[in-house]
Write a new protein. Structure first.
Length: 269
């Protein structure tokens, strides 16, 4: 099965597995900047993993909304675009796809640096790290990237190197349902692909807003699971971007992606 078919599985079916992992990996005590898993230099990467990622991804900045950001991604020119999925030795590489919601968030931050300048930012479900990179480029005072896949964390370090940035702190754990962290801004893209996960996100984000007055921005191209969830009534549309042709082709007809501001009612639990 070519990776294109594998990618379709990632988009539709295997995300259910990832959602279960997000739901089942309990967050520990409240996270803060000094207690996160912090990979600060490329030297901390396993050399075999680094070599594998460098050999089996392509450095690209084309076909996406943010040509300013170079990323290691799986593309049609990569070996695993054609190889059987079972030959990939690590977990499903969700991080190796620059999803449309993340693209919209990154584009918005680059165009509106005031949104993050001088502020602490949590990039939840960071994946390839593009939105965290955009926040650093735009002057955020602190950036924490979060993902549950340790290979994603390693890929983020490589992507920081590509963009001549010092790696930001990265935590590899599920922090949803943990105590609300004190961030000025939480950004998350393409996370509403499972109803139970969406419910958990909804309540945890509400808690962060209620306790710390955290601002929340969500990127999503309008997937059914997102638009049909009750969170939709608590969102304010900030901006909509038309997706480049390459991204449209790779997302089976999605033509645009939207940044939403999450503004839950005070009456909600």
């Amino acid at each position: 099965m070519a990776f294109h078919g594998w990618r379709w599985l990632l988009l539709l079916g295997r995300q259910n597995t990832l959602a279960k992992v997000w739901r089942n990996r309990r967050g520990g005590p409240s996270l803060c900047w000094k207690r996160c898993c912090h990979w600060s230099t490329g030297k901390s990467l396993d050399p075999e993993v680094r070599a594998f990622l460098e050999e089996n991804t392509e450095v690209t900045n084309s076909g996406h909304l943010t040509p300013e950001i170079r990323l290691r991604l799986l593309t049609p020119r990569c070996r695993f675009w054609r190889e059987k999925p079972d030959l990939w030795p690590y977990g499903d590489p969700f991080w190796a796809i620059y999803w449309p919601g993340g693209q919209a968030l990154s584009r918005y931050i680059l165009d509106n640096p005031r949104v993050v300048k001088g502020r602490s930012v949590l990039d939840l479900g960071s994946g390839c790290g593009a939105t965290a990179i955009a926040a650093v480029m735009s002057g955020a005072s602190q950036v924490l990237a979060n993902d549950i896949d340790p290979i994603a964390g390693m890929a983020m370090i490589l992507n920081c190197e590509l963009n001549h940035l010092n790696p930001f702190p990265i935590t590899i754990k599920n922090i949803i349902n943990s105590e609300a962290g004190n961030w000025d801004l939480i950004v998350l893209g393409d996370m509403f692909y499972d109803e139970q996960l969406a419910d958990g996100l909804h309540h945890w984000l509400q808690k962060c807003i209620r306790i710390h007055q955290t601002e929340v921005l969500i990127g999503d191209p309008g997937r059914h699971q997102f638009l049909s969830h009750s969170i939709r009534s608590q969102l304010h549309k900030v901006i909509e971007y038309s997706l480049p042709e390459y991204t449209r082709q790779e997302n089976h007809g999605l033509t645009s992606s939207i940044v939403w501001s999450y503004q839950p009612s005070n009456s909600l639990d």
